[in-house]
Design a protein around this ligand. Sequence first.
Ligand SMILES: C/C(=C\Cc1cc(O)c2ccccc2c1O)CCC[C@H](C)CCC[C@H](C)CCCC(C)C
Ligand SMILES: C[S@@+](CC[C@H](N)C(=O)[O-])C[C@H]1O[C@@H](n2cnc3c(N)ncnc32)[C@H](O)[C@@H]1O
Length: 241
Amino acid sequence: MTNEIQSIFNRIAPVYDQLNDWLSLGQHRIWKEMAVKWSAAKPGDTALDLCCGSGDLALRLARRVGATGKVYGVDFSANLLEKAKERSQKQYPQPALALPAVGIAWVEADVLNLPFDDNQFDAATMGYGLRNVKDISRSLQELYRVLKPGAKAAILDFHRPSNPQLRAFQQLYLDGFVVPVANYLGLKEEYAYISPSLDRFPIGKEQIELAHQVGFAVATHYPIVNGMMGVLVLSKLGAIS
Ligand SMILES: C/C(=C\Cc1cc(O)c2ccccc2c1O)CCC[C@H](C)CCC[C@H](C)CCCC(C)C
Ligand SMILES: C[S@@+](CC[C@H](N)C(=O)[O-])C[C@H]1O[C@@H](n2cnc3c(N)ncnc32)[C@H](O)[C@@H]1O
């Protein structure tokens, strides 16, 4: 059964990538590269991108792990996953009979119930997903379960700056620029959803607390874009030898 969040992302799929470029003035690419770097993914790794949407972060991870690595992109929006498949075929065209040379698998699933065994992944990313899941703790628990001991994850999302002027600017940017541009494309309700979702999203130190509660040994939140965005970097303790 399709839930409300799934429907929002299925509806915005046709314009999602174009709007991310317009609305962030291209800056989302830099923020995503920071997340990939902080995930510490390296050549040959098996990496996971949760809530992969149209695949932007997963494709960046794929470049990082290289031809000897493998990336799994997971999302529950069939329409955004379709975009991800189109993008990966465009970036890595495959001759008709060749075996897959680039290891990206697109998986349609709920990140609250990951279809993977325990201790599978060397690194993980999640971009603008944590704020949208129904149960943040459960999502972190699932992430913890599938990471190998010693692995890292980097979670990029909006953040509320503590400075009142910056918070006011952020609100103005969302209400006065993002929503009107989306409205022009008939997607006002969908983009108006960002602001209340940000209001109820735990701030950095609360995210750290939730991560510790599910078992992450190290959790650090890095505010970026003057605290309007943030990256939560998590480490699962390595095996004791
Ligand atoms: C990748 C970006 C946004 C992802 C995104 C997340 C969501 O939760 C959504 C929910 C519903 C619809 C769409 C989305 C969605 O696209 C990129 C960021 C785009 C932002 C709208 C830009 C906001 C920027 C900061 C508030 C201010 C930055 C100012 C700077 C000068 C660019
Ligand atoms: C804002 S988009 C981010 C897409 C991509 N990571 C990016 O940075 O462009 C949020 C994504 O989270 C997905 N999502 C939200 N809750 C989910 C869940 N429980 N399971 C799987 N995907 C989920 C949505 O379908 C959507 O593609």
